[in-house]
Ligand binder design. Structure first.
Ligand SMILES: [Cu+2]
Length: 72
């Protein structure tokens, strides 16, 4: 997706989740964005203003992972 895109994560699950930048094994996780605990129905929005590959995961369920690729 293009720089400047706004991404919204919405938790449609019964279980609480997070969208937290980085990987569970990195000291840097959560530094770029961190939704905090998203209970059912809650949303979190982040605007990607820089190019790059942004991995993210759920702090509560670290096998839940994703990646966002931001291009010019
Ligand atoms: Cu989770």
């Amino acid at each position: 997706m293009k720089v400047g895109t706004r991404v919204t994560w919405t938790n449609d699950d019964k279980t609480t989740h997070t969208a937290t930048s980085g990987t569970i094994t990195s000291n840097e996780y959560g530094k770029i964005f961190d939704s905090g605990y998203l209970t059912r129905g809650k949303s979190f929005t982040f605007i990607f203003d820089h190019t790059g590959n942004y991995e993210y995961f759920c702090l509560l369920h670290p096998t839940m992972i994703g990646k966002i690729i931001v291009t010019k």
